[in-house]
Design a protein around this ligand. Structure first.
Ligand code: NAD
Length: 293
């Protein structure tokens, strides 16, 4: 071609040629994730996030009714072949072992385990009953121990590494008014995650923590007694709680379930966090870094 003509050529045909390319595989394609507390606000958001990146998801929850609703909703959005719901009480060793076995048999293994099931109960220290203490430790610390240990056993047997993520809390780092049992249980989760990281490392199993600050929208915790207790402890009206947490943060932004899901996805995806284990990611709009007022 003459030189000028070569410059004038239009590459209209390239768009058509590009269509022949297959799309890049999704980061979690072929991966299997189990999410405890999957019927709750944060668990549902995490499940949606990893499903969108190509994973198959097993939702685990004690609340069968809520679990059925969320499982059906996600199956409709992402395809029934990608989602399962299993009732399980994370405080029961037998129940947790059975759930992991079911999940691995259903989808052919397990790569990601997110320990997110939780409750929140508050009381002034002097009124904290042994029942409230034991319940908090049972669902949070023991629940995460059982979930993490089972994930570890399965991932080790599978021999392909894996990622364990716990949704702990800002309250595992700093004390909150009238929440001693909850804070202690969340601190136990954070420390336990480091032990999982240490013992999992030789097998390529990573373990990390996501610490949310108050996530009010979508959370079932905040639709119950906890809300009234937090409002009383902070001397504000219940309807002002979201604004209260937002305004005292550095970024002046509310933390949403989707923000926690993004952080959990970061630790779940080998492509994003292959070199991160024993880590903590605070999703707190800056609340833990400084007193802003
Ligand atoms: P949520 O109440 O909406 O969801 C929690 C889910 O856990 C519920 O569906 C509940 O049925 C389930 N669950 C409770 N006990 C269980 C058990 N024994 N076995 C199995 N499932 C059980 O609450 P959320 O706001 O989505 O909280 C999720 C996690 O995030 C919890 O661990 C919570 O402590 C943590 N967190 C939440 C906030 C927040 O402000 N929402 C802040 C910090 C940490």
């Amino acid at each position: 071609l003459p030189e000028q003509e070569a410059f004038d050529i239009e590459y209209w045909w390239l768009e058509e040629a590009k269509l022949q390319r297959s799309p890049p595989p999704k980061p979690l394609a072929g991966k299997v994730a189990l999410v405890t507390g999957g019927a709750g606000g944060i668990g549902r958001a995490i499940a949606r996030r990893v499903l969108a990146e190509g994973a198959c998801v097993v939702l685990v929850d004690i609340d069968q009714g809520a679990l059925a609703t969320v499982t059906a909703e996600l199956a409709q959005a992402h395809g029934p072949d990608h989602v399962r719901g299993l009732q399980c009480d994370v405080t029961s060793e037998a129940s947790v072992i059975a759930a992991f076995r079911h999940a691995a048999l259903e989808f052919g293994g397990l790569d990601i385990a997110v320990s997110n099931a939780g409750i929140a109960a508050a009381a002034p220290l002097e009124d904290t009953s042994i029942e409230l203490w034991n319940h908090s430790q049972g669902v949070l610390a023991t629940g995460y121990f059982l979930v993490g240990r089972e994930a570890f056993r399965l991932m080790k047997a599978q021999g392909a590494g894996g990622s364990i993520v716990v949704i702990a809390s800002k309250n595992g780092m700093v004390a909150s008014p009238q929440a001693s049992a909850y804070c202690a249980a969340k601190a136990a989760e954070i420390q336990l995650s480091r032990s999982f990281a240490l013992e999992g490392a030789p097998w390529g199993i990573r373990s990390n923590v996501v610490n949310p600050d108050a996530v009010i929208r979508g959370s079932r915790i905040w639709s119950g007694k906890w809300s009234a207790e937090r409002a009383a402890a902070n001397k504000i009206a219940e309807q002002d709680l979201e604004a209260f947490y937002r305004d005292r943060s550095m970024l002046k932004r509310s933390v949403l379930p989707e923000d926690i899901a993004e952080a959990a996805y970061f630790f779940a995806a080998e492509r994003l966090s292959a070199k991160s284990t024993g880590n903590i990611l605070n999703v707190d709009a800056g609340n833990l870094a400084a007193f802003t007022r």
